[in-house]
Design a protein around this ligand. Structure first.
Ligand code: SF4
Length: 314
């Protein structure tokens, strides 16, 4: 049976790039140290700041909330958790139950914003309408754009200095490959561990799990007893990211360091393309940050609403 390479106790997690195993205690210390070092290395938070942690109810975001709640005094930050209810039947409400439970247990206020309240429709309703219109926008596009918009707006309303998201190394490698596939060079230069404030209404985003592989986040969550309901979004079949995720995991079976190399290439390219700072305009409709005259959220809402009106009048 493998042993921890630091204390010879029973091994809990294999760390291939360290060339051995760690027991649950040493792995947890190692994982937490990387979280704190990432915060420090990129100057992600400063004492006295208010951090809004985006929580979906999945393992990654619950782990991030746990880490922040554990170290909030050491870091000297005030915390608030923000969740978005997109209105995905049979899925989101179960994840939100976990978010409510853990936020209460860890003493963090949880604020939930919903698509229905903000845009007048749930994601389920939007998808039904979009299907009839030929599915010009995929569910994940609508979901991602509106969720990011609402998270930023909520963080702004709550007076947060930073918006922390639980993107891990796998997410970043997948996003990089997606941006490559879509030839989205603008996104390639934007997505890093921190985003600078380039609009007065854009809360700077930070990703403290940027260098943590997904399997290590899952192992840490398991060790800490953090559980998330095992439900999958019904729209995952439409997700390009999901296809890339499965492909990358398959490649990794024969090449353990592929994700590190993808991330390293991503960082190199990001530096060459401008280092992640993007200037925003102001949306003419809602006054929020936008890359064009009208932000993507307002454009999507303007496209979906008439489809919904037709659907409801049938
Ligand atoms: Fe949203 Fe797509 Fe994720 Fe479902 S799979 S929660 S639709 S981004």
């Amino acid at each position: 049976m493998p042993k921890c390479m630091l204390c010879s106790s029973k091994a809990a997690v294999k760390i291939p790039y360290l060339g051995g195993h760690l027991c649950s205690t040493h792995f947890s210390q190692y994982f937490e140290r990387r979280f704190l070092q990432t915060l420090e290395r990129f100057g992600m938070v400063r004492e006295g700041e208010k951090v809004a942690v985006a929580v979906s109810g999945g393992k990654d975001s619950l782990t991030l909330l746990y880490l922040f709640s554990k170290y909030r005094r050491v870091l000297g930050v005030e915390l608030v958790a923000v969740a978005i209810d997109e209105g995905i039947g049979g899925y989101r409400e179960r994840k939100l139950m976990a978010a409510r439970r853990y936020a209460g247990e860890w003493g963090v206020e949880l604020v939930i914003k919903s698509f229905k309240e903000a845009f007048g429709f749930t994601l389920d309703e939007a998808v039904e309408a979009l299907m009839r219109g030929g599915l010009r926008y995929k569910p994940c596009t609508v979901c991602g754009v509106l969720r990011r918009y609402l998270l930023n707006r909520a963080a702004l309303e709550l007076g947060a200095d930073k918006l922390a998201t639980a993107h891990n190394m796998d997410d970043e490698a997948q996003a990089f490959l997606m941006n490559m596939v879509q030839a989205s060079f603008r996104a390639l230069s934007r997505e890093g561990p921190v985003s600078g404030r380039v609009h007065e209404k854009l809360v700077p985003r930070i990703k403290p799990l940027y260098f943590a592989p997904e399997r290590e986040v899952a192992a840490y969550a398991l060790i800490q007893g953090i559980e998330s309901p095992p439900v999958e979004c019904p729209y995952i079949a439409y997700s390009t990211r999901h296809i890339i995720r499965r492909w990358l995991n398959r490649v990794e079976l024969g090449d353990r360091s592929v994700k590190y190399r993808v991330l390293a290439l991503k960082e190199l390219l990001r530096g060459a393309l401008g280092g992640g700072v993007e200037e925003f305009k102001t949306c003419k409709v809602c006054g929020m940050p936008s890359s064009g005259d009208v932000c993507k959220a307002c454009s999507l809402v303007a496209y979906v609403r008439p489809l919904l009106t037709t659907l409801f009048n049938e």
